[in-house]
Design a protein around this ligand. Structure first.
Ligand code: PEP
Ligand code: MG
Length: 573
């Protein structure tokens, strides 16, 4: 038995036969090259076959996982006409001495490397798309077929491409284990959308020797097809050729996981009220309008954090006012009166875009980020604010500013809001009046929270940043070991003060950082008096269950808050 570890990107427990999928470019070329003209002709034929395959895939993706996810393949379809890719392949063939498949693979590798070198993590993800498209062309040229699943299996791979993920028959996929991958890669997003257990960043072996030990390391040599595998994507463990006692343990864990899910689903429609009577609203975090489906499925009582910057990432120009208005209005309308808190643009640090012409920074986490950009470039801010104010006429929308450090910034932001309102009014454009809150995610804002609370309608604590700025531990750095402590006592003390200061000023306190979902802290958050916790959609019901089972006594509760966390029936305009 081989025991491996990785990071869970979609929770679940499963067991089955392995199907190992290789990325197309590792399939070695098996023929000499023909004449340049013949290779060019083969290439053009492969392009049109790839187009037909992608057209079918777009249809399948639209039907099975929705329009937004299908866009990935529309991008691939466009790449088939992209001169940067295709003319490059043609030029390489014309130079002679290389067959069309190898030319496609080498151009794909080079262009993917260019994308991988970019700072913006979302542009880096484009590398996978280029490899996917050029790999498809190479596979067609080499006479390879797409993988057809004939029986239920667990897919293992070095990495998985979005088109591979969607082309597979989802009813036969039991789980995924990848050596690489990130939480935000397309494959992870798709697996979560399909709710298939996924472990990424794992020590998946290339192959196994007779003793169940990892053998070689290269992907070419890797072939685990036919082995059995057990996957615990709750703990982040997997077992290849598990022994009987491991299988028994996994089956018990799977049963418990499924029973727990059934129990949690029964909590839909039930409020999060602790045994001691403290009401905690269980909200969800989203990054894209389509995520709202998951929120509704898991009965999120509201959206506690709409990371609006996701609308800005991975593109060459910013989203227009109209585009943003539609996105916000769509979410608000789907939530049907439940509160939607839009966090204004939080670009900077690890979320970079090219088109705002921002200077290169040595230390972007401490640089021109989030509200700082919006206050420095009000024209950018105003476009978003207009969209938010307009959408607030269509649903129960509030907004909050990220990375606040002091009152002056709130005053400046509110002054820009007032200008926007005056403009909309003079243009006779319908708008609503969203409540205005702030994220508390800098130690400065936490220290000043007593004062800041007097000037806003609610607080939402961003514990991811609050921890990194308080403990001086980069949230992206995996080498910090125990120095990075999510339960650091300084952060917990700040959390206590923030809730107490919010309540003293009559406003609600919420948490929308990852810590909100931490099972070990639910009782503490109730004691501190937190009114709202916002977590990923799939974690909402587990949180609600913990709240309902909690016997913790709340030390700081609130009556008549400035913002209501309950759904509203009638929307003002
Ligand atoms: C946070 O910092 O905790 C937060 C919710 O914001 P983000 O993770 O998007 O920076
Ligand atoms: Mg943050």
């Amino acid at each position: 038995m081989y025991t491996g570890k990785g990071r869970c990107a979609c929770a679940g427990i499963t067991f089955g036969k392995v199907l190992h999928i290789k990325t197309p470019e590792v399939v070695a070329s098996d023929r000499d090259c023909l004449s340049v003209d013949q290779e060019l002709e083969l290439f053009e034929g492969a392009l049109s076959k790839a187009a037909t395959e992608l057209d079918r895939l777009i249809e399948k993706a639209r039907e099975e996982i929705g329009d937004e996810q299908a866009e990935i393949f529309e991008i691939h379809r466009m790449m088939l006409e992209d001169p940067d890719i295709c003319d490059n392949i043609r030029d390489r063939i014309k130079k002679g001495g290389i067959n069309a498949a190898d030319a496609a693979v080498s151009v794909g590798k080079e262009q993917a490397a260019d994308f991988e070198a970019l700072d913006d993590p979302y542009m880096r993800e484009r590398a996978a798309d280029v490899k996917d498209v050029t790999g498809r062309i190479a596979r067609i040229l080499r006479g390879g077929e797409t993988v057809e699943l004939t029986e239920a299996c667990v897919i293992v791979a070095d990495d998985l491409q979005p088109s591979q993920t969607v082309a597979l028959d989802r009813s036969l996929i039991l789980g995924f284990v990848l050596r690489h991958g990130t939480q935000n890669s397309h494959a992870s997003i798709l697996a979560r959308t399909m709710n298939i257990p996924l472990i990424i960043n794992s020590n998946l072996p290339s192959s196994l020797d007779g003793d169940g030990k990892a053998a070689t390391e290269s992907e070419e040599a890797m072939d685990l097809t036919g082995h059995t595998i057990g996957l615990d994507a709750v703990k982040g463990e997997f077992f290849i050729d598990p022994d009987q006692s491991t299988i028994t343990k996994l089956m018990a864990a799977k049963d418990a996981f499924e029973q727990q899910r059934i129990r949690q689903l029964a909590l839909r429609g039930q409020p999060g009220i602790s045994k001691t009577g403290h009401r905690v609203y269980t909200f969800a975090n989203i990054g894209q309008p389509d995520d709202v489906e998951q929120v509704l499925e898991n009965d999120g009582e509201g959206i506690g954090l709409f990371r609006s910057e996701f609308l800005y990432l991975g593109r060459s120009d910013p989203p227009s006012e109209e585009e943003q208005f539609k996105a916000y209005a769509k979410v608000a309308s789907a939530m049907n009166g439940r509160l939607v808190i839009i966090r204004t643009l939080d670009i900077g640090a690890d979320k970079q875009v090219d088109y705002f012409d921002l200077p290169h920074e040595e230390n972007p986490a401490l640089g021109l980020r989030a509200l700082r950009i919006c206050l420095t470039k009000p024209e950018i801010f105003k476009t978003q604010l207009r969209a938010i104010y307009r959408a607030a006429a269509r649903g129960n929308i509030a907004m909050m500013f990220p990375m606040v450090t002091r009152l002056k910034e709130i005053e400046q932001a509110k002054a820009i809001c007032a200008e926007v309102v005056a403009e909309l009014k003079s243009e006779n454009i319908e708008y609503g009046e969203p409540k205005i809150g702030i994220m508390i995610e800098t130690p400065a804002a936490a220290v000043l929270s007593r004062q800041l609370a007097e000037h806003v309608d609610f607080f939402s604590v961003g514990t991811n940043d609050l921890n990194q700025y308080t403990t001086a531990c980069d949230r992206q750095n995996q080498n910090l070991g125990d120095f990075y402590d999510p339960h650091h006592e300084a952060v917990l003390e700040l959390l206590r003060q923030i809730a107490s200061n919010a309540h003293a000023a009559g406003i609600t306190a919420g948490i929308c950082g990852e810590l909100a979902a931490d099972p070990e802290l639910t009782d503490k958050f109730i004691e501190m008096g937190y009114d709202e916790l916002s977590v990923s959609p799939g974690a909402v019901l587990a949180l609600r269950e913990r709240v309902r089972n909690s016997e913790a006594v709340c030390l700081s509760s609130l009556k008549n808050p400035k913002i209501s966390l309950d759904p509203v029936k009638k929307i003002h305009s």
